[in-house]
Design a protein around this ligand. Structure first.
Ligand SMILES: C[S@@+](CC[C@H](N)C(=O)[O-])C[C@H]1O[C@@H](n2cnc3c(N)ncnc32)[C@H](O)[C@@H]1O
Length: 238
């Protein structure tokens, strides 16, 4: 089963009151237990950089990889017209139940909106890197370019992988250098209630790498909000 599907199952169970956490396995054997609380958190509990960046949202909004829909819900409550997409049907089920009016099961890698153009596209919760590597990320950003208005922008977040002194992460960066990959390209899979999902790649980038990949796809980094490793950026069209 795909890890996104397992993640969605976990979100759905959490929504129904089951607080079982999930475990993230990295391909060097590193594991991290994580609960789903953050995906259901309220605006007050979000990092400042996320709140600051979200204040830049304008017009019609597309929330890519919405999960349980915390950002969509907040924007909708503020009066924005929001469309939320996620590759996981279970995540979309939860987002609908939580009150997001326009939700669709759709992959960020196959965006299809016909003649609809968005003013703001969200790639939050580290979703700048959901395509998994720099080439695929460039293609995703080019596709977003096509489905946005001339004044369109992207609000994206990531974590700077270099901001760490954890020996396990530093060793992983070394492994990535050896296999010719960016240090922040992490191969991970989800374990939930004893089930293991398939491996997938998530790309974590520094702000300068985000700016470089974005520029190759027709975007420039207009604003940056940063706190330690975590940050969010506003990208506008070149
Ligand atoms: C880390 S969660 C972030 C959720 C939400 N943006 C937040 O910040 O709370 C990543 C979400 O992206 C979704 N996702 C992963 N790959 C995707 C893809 N290719 N297209 C659409 N959604 C995707 C997952 O199913 C998951 O719900």
């Amino acid at each position: 089963m795909s890890s996104e599907k397992l993640f969605g199952k976990g979100l759905k169970a959490y929504y129904n009151g089951d607080r079982t956490p999930h475990r993230i396995h990295r391909d060097d054997g590193y594991v991290e237990d994580t609960n789903f609380d953050g995906y259901f958190s309220e605006h007050d509990d979000w990092p400042k950089y996320e709140k600051d960046a979200l204040r830049e949202a304008k017009g019609t909004v597309l929330d890519v990889g919405c999960g349980a829909g915390r950002h969509s819900l907040w924007l909708q409550q503020k009066g924005f017209k929001v469309t939320a997409i996620d590759v996981s049907p279970e995540a979309i089920e939860v987002a609908i139940k939580r009150g997001i009016r326009d939700c669709r099961v759709m992959s960020a890698l196959q965006l299809s909106f016909g003649q609809t153009y968005f003013d703001t596209v969200l790639l939050l919760g580290n979703n700048f890197g959901i395509a998994g590597n720099p080439e695929a990320t460039k293609k995703m950003l080019q596709d977003i370019h096509r489905i946005t208005t001339l004044e369109g922008k992207i609000i994206a977040s990531s974590r700077d992988p270099a901001v760490t002194d954890n020996p396990a992460h530093l060793k992983y960066h070394e492994l990535n250098r050896k296999r010719g990959r960016p240090i922040g390209q992490v191969t991970i899979r989800i374990e939930y209630k004893g089930e293991l999902g398939d491996w997938f790649d998530l790309l974590l980038v520094s702000p300068s790498d985000m700016a470089r990949i974005a520029e190759a796809a027709g975007w420039k980094m207009e604003r940056l909000f940063k706190e330690n490793a975590g940050y969010a950026a506003v990208l506008s069209k070149l």
